[in-house]
Write a protein that binds this ligand. Structure first.
Ligand SMILES: [Zn+2]
Ligand SMILES: [Zn+2]
Ligand SMILES: [Zn+2]
Length: 397
């Protein structure tokens, strides 16, 4: 679509990028011919577009490729034909977008220009990106790209259509402040997508959204309620994920096959959890500096095999309640939490309370909304649900 506007500048720029890569990598022998067996290649520094989530909306973000991986291995080029492969990932440096002035584009054909942003890179599946071939300009020593609204709207639509619902649910979350992006307007559907992989912690007031894609973090959050929250009834032996009692939420643990096999959750026998989250049992059971919580369901050594597992942080109370005649000294190692673990968990609980005290993150507050000005003039009749957002400062400039 942008090809029509392709000028010598772009070709030169792309050629320069290719030459730079040749210079830096000419000594490396490449055994990845298959990865470059396409006439169109994605290269480091190539401009791309992808979608991100912010404020429960989906936004188009432009960026510059700064890393390409195939099966985890860093490569410097990849055929466009392989971008759909699950093994391919791309990291990019997001670019800001603001209205182009006649100084930026004396042809006045383009209404948007990119600018550099000092924010972190994002890594996304390569299937989520669209390589771009924009008009490139240099002014005051800075290189930027020029774009037209219909093209940006069409690219957003293309990416939305192409991406699987699962990928849309897991879009990278980004804080948008000064940048300008194209968005699909908020709708219940998009709110659903944004919230699809989250669950509200009812034990928190105001309610806190837990990101279910990070099982370890959910375990940690709920474990804090079990350990420190006075409103949580520990004697009810609450589930480490949903806080329901064992009469409602049952977990069973099995050993995998083979001598060295690890324990895992027996998904066939377990059931009733109000917040079923995937986590790796062996990792969750270990308390480490970065992930101190070790609250996992444990097989009680004295209960019959028909009984569900007992969460580690509840095991002592379970012993007192169900096995009052047993010698606790013999089993206490199973439930004793190290002082390091306890201190780290207490710190996490303090942070949770602190976040609650401060309220939702600033960028989600309505009062901050006026910073973004909706420019409906740029939406099109064909896809009316798209609007552009850009900062007030550049709109009034
Ligand atoms: Zn909570
Ligand atoms: Zn549960
Ligand atoms: Zn027991």
């Amino acid at each position: 679509m942008c090809g029509r506007y392709r000028t010598q500048t772009i070709s030169g720029d792309r050629l320069k990028r290719v030459q730079e890569i040749e210079r830096f990598h000419s000594t490396e022998s490449s055994n990845s011919d298959a990865l470059e067996a396409d006439s169109k290649l994605l290269l480091i520094h190539d401009p791309i577009a992808t979608l991100v989530a912010c404020d429960q909306r989906i936004w188009l973000v432009l960026g510059e490729v700064n890393g390409i991986r195939y099966n985890g291995e860093a490569i410097d080029r990849l055929g466009h034909n392989l971008l759909v492969e699950a093994a391919a990932t791309v990291s990019f440096q997001p670019l800001g977008l603001r209205p182009a002035t006649s100084d930026d584009d004396n042809s006045e054909k383009y209404d948007w220009r990119t600018f550099n942003l000092l924010i972190r890179s994002f890594e996304v599946p390569a299937a989520c990106i669209e390589p771009l071939d924009p008009e490139v300009r240099t002014r005051e020593g800075k290189t930027f790209h020029l774009h037209q609204s219909p093209f940006l709207v069409a690219t957003t639509s293309l990416l939305l259509q192409r991406m699987q619902p699962a990928a849309l649910k897991n879009l990278p979350k980004m804080v948008l402040r000064k940048a300008c992006f194209v968005a699909q307007t908020s709708s219940e559907e998009l709110t659903d997508i944004a919230n699809a992989n989250t669950s509200e912690c009812s034990a928190c007031t105001p309610a806190v959204r837990l990101d279910l894609s990070h099982g370890q973090r959910v375990l940690e959050h709920i474990a804090c309620h079990i350990l420190f929250d006075e409103t949580t009834d520990r004697t009810a032996l609450p589930c480490g994920l949903c806080l329901l009692p064992p009469s409602k939420c049952k977990y069973f643990v099995v050993k995998g096959r083979g001598a060295k096999a690890n324990l895992r959750i027996d998904s066939e026998r377990s059931g009733g959890c109000g917040r079923s989250v995937n986590f790796v049992y062996g990792i969750a059971a270990l308390s480490t500096r970065t992930s101190p919580c070790s609250n996992v369901p444990l097989r009680c050594p004295l209960c019959s095999k028909a009984e569900p597992a007992v969460w580690r942080y509840n095991l002592e109370l379970h012993f007192i309640d169900c096995h009052p005649t047993a010698s606790t000294a013999e089993y206490s190692a199973l439930w004793t939490i190290s002082s390091d673990e306890m201190a780290a968990m207490r710190k996490i609980w303090k942070e949770i309370k602190e976040r609650q005290r401060k309220g939702p993150k600033k960028q989600y507050r309505k009062s901050n909304a006026p910073k973004l000005v909706i420019s409906e003039a740029h939406s099109t009749q064909t896809i009316p649900q798209y609007v552009f957002f850009h900062p007030k400062s550049s709109a009034s400039a």
